[in-house]
Write a protein that binds this ligand. Structure first.
Ligand code: FA5
Length: 330
């Protein structure tokens, strides 16, 4: 009887080097197809002498079963390979350079806020925050601002619940909140949004303020002046024309405002300031005989206008792309 195991070895070998469906189909045809090696063995069964048929037939059938299972295994392996190949064809090349997107730039107001905070922190001020929805007490009463003061008018302030709560009209209430909680020396700065019924080329209804507060023994106007002048020169440069002039706020005495020269437009007010009023100190349980302090409230949106030559402050909130371009290369 001839040795059929050579056929199995041959099949194994060809299957091992087979890596595609097409090759596999060819192999299957070569062994099990109409004219395949195993098929022709099957055909030979009937031509054998009857006594040899059962034994030969059994071996051929076993051979066929082995061949089928080997091809089946190979089929699974090749299916996987084909699937991987398809995935690779569709795959993203992670080394391919992506589409260029324009890089955004910092909003001018936020850039100014960041720089001013950096300057003040380097002088020793600590950054704190207060709520944007305030009580009438913190926004006005505790700040020695009487009921007749125009800023308390319904026409000037956004009240929230009757006349109890409001969108803070300045960051000064943070002064009171901090002084209530801490004992001097206090040296804090508080940035944030404030709201007023304002709307023109130099006034926004929602704008930013940066509040500064220093309370200690023997704090004088000299300290206030030095701090403000130092801050202004850091923000605008040494050569900028800056002036400090007397003003009035209910919560400071004496009070001052600082103006900066805006080329082609004249003097622009950027902040209000003064020595903390004795009544405000008393309201938070601080003895004005022992402690004194200065405070200031600066408008960074105004500073941004002057620094970047923005004619209308409302451009800052109109999402005009030109506004972003001013900070791009600075
Ligand atoms: C105040 O709000 C005081 N709380 C400042 C202060 C703090 C005085 C501490 C004394 C001690 P005033 O209303 O002047 O002051 O506002 C301060 C600054 O905010 C102004 O100088 C200006 O730069 C800016 N500002 C005021 N209103 C607007 C507005 N509608 N839009 C943009 N900036 C404004």
């Amino acid at each position: 009887m001839e040795d059929l195991s050579g056929i199995v070895d041959e099949l194994r070998e060809t299957l091992n080097s087979c890596n595609s469906l097409q090759e596999l189909n060819e192999i299957r045809a070569r062994f099990l197809g109409k004219k395949g090696k195993i098929t022709s063995l099957m055909k030979r069964i009937s031509s054998l002498p009857p006594q040899e048929r059962p034994a030969f037939g059994k071996r051929v059938n076993e051979l066929k079963a082995t061949a089928e299972s080997l091809i089946q295994q190979a089929q699974q392996r090749v299916n996987k390979l084909e699937a991987e190949r398809k995935l690779l064809e569709r795959a993203v090349d992670p080394t391919f350079p992506g589409p260029k997107r324009p890089v955004g730039s910092e909003h001018p107001s936020l850039k100014v806020i960041r720089e001013i905070l950096e300057a003040l922190v380097s002088m020793g001020f600590e950054v704190v925050e207060g709520p944007e929805v305030e009580t009438v007490y913190y926004n006005f009463e505790a700040l020695n601002t009487p009921a007749w003061h125009p800023s308390r008018d319904m026409q000037d302030t956004f009240y929230v619940r009757g006349e109890e709560l409001l969108l803070r009209s300045h960051t000064s209430p943070v002064q009171v909140r901090v002084m209530e909680k801490r004992t001097p020396p206090i040296m804090v700065v508080s940035p944030g949004r404030v709201y007023r019924r304002d709307y023109d080329a130099t006034h926004l209804p929602m704008f930013h303020q940066i509040e500064g507060l220093y309370v200690d023994r023997h704090v004088s106007v000299a300290h206030l002046k030095w701090t403000l002048m130092e801050l202004a020169s850091r923000v605008f440069g040494e050569k900028k024309r800056i002036r400090m002039r007397p003003s009035f706020f209910p919560f400071t005495e004496p009070s001052f405002e600082v103006d900066v020269w805006f080329e082609g437009k004249g003097w622009f007010e950027i902040l209000g300031s003064g020595m903390v009023h004795p009544n405000v100190l008393k309201n938070v349980g601080c003895d004005p005989e022992e402690w004194s302090g200065f405070a200031f409230g600066l408008g960074p949106d105004r500073v941004a206008m002057i620094r970047y030559g923005i004619g209308d402050i409302r451009s800052l909130v109109r999402n005009e792309s030109s506004i972003y371009q001013v900070t791009k290369h600075l």
